[in-house]
Design a binder for this molecule. Structure first.
Ligand code: URA
Length: 211
């Protein structure tokens, strides 16, 4: 597994605003959108392209365009939905699938309650969107789901990650060199309720205004 922590003052600035409990939902959504766009730039460094010939007004030249099959972006419902627009702004030709996984609040295990994805993901580059990599159970289940269906590689884009979640990914997927995590920060730890500390609270609630 490869880990990339996006180290950039603008990301740190926006993340600080996002963390603050004073930040209301509309601003929170806007900041998530901006942060995802910045993280998507890092996450798509290895997106596949093929040579493509064009003519400028001056001369013929060879550039690139995105290879087929196109990448697939998979927001994990519900909080991952808040990251979708920021991602598709950068990769507008990507297909979008959905995975509904949530944690059981007593066991903290991931439960699948919905999915809308092609059965065959052979050779697809997949980008999983989930703002909080906490215990890692949801992310492991999502990545395994995609790899089992033939995904070529999977990049998880998370706003925040806990060391415990990263360890869980290492433990469960350590032999999978085709898995990457891109995040804006690796925080201190999880608390007794499995919230990331210092974190930003419940990302879904803050995105969608539930108190
Ligand atoms: N999910 C959240 O929304 N926040 C956390 O801190 C952990 C999991």
């Amino acid at each position: 597994m490869r880990l990339h922590v996006a180290d950039h003052p603008l990301i740190a600035h926006k993340l600080t605003l996002l963390r603050s409990k004073e930040t209301p939902s509309p601003t929170f959504r806007f900041l998530v959108d901006e942060l995802v766009t910045l993280l998507a730039y890092e996450a798509t460094r290895d997106v596949r392209v093929v040579p493509h010939e064009i003519e400028t007004p001056v001369a013929k030249t060879t550039g690139v365009h995105m290879a087929e099959p196109r990448p697939i972006v998979v927001p994990v419902l519900r909080a991952g939905l808040g990251m979708l627009e920021g991602m598709t702004r950068i990769v507008p030709t990507a297909e979008v699938g959905f995975l509904g996984l949530q944690r059981d609040e007593s066991t903290f295990e991931a439960i699948t309650y919905a999915n809308r994805l092609p059965d065959d993901l052979t050779d697809r580059q997949c980008f999983v969107l989930d703002p909080m990599l906490a215990t890692g159970h949801t992310m492991v289940a999502s990545i395994e789901y995609l790899l089992e269906r033939g995904a070529r590689d999977v990049t998880a884009i998370c706003l925040l990650a806990a060391p415990e979640g990263l360890q869980e990914l290492e433990r469960s997927l350590d032999h999978r060199t085709e898995v990457s995590v891109v995040t804006a920060s690796v925080d201190e730890r999880l608390n007794e309720n499995k919230y990331i500390v210092p974190g930003l609270g419940d990302a879904g609630d803050r995105l969608y205004g539930v108190v």
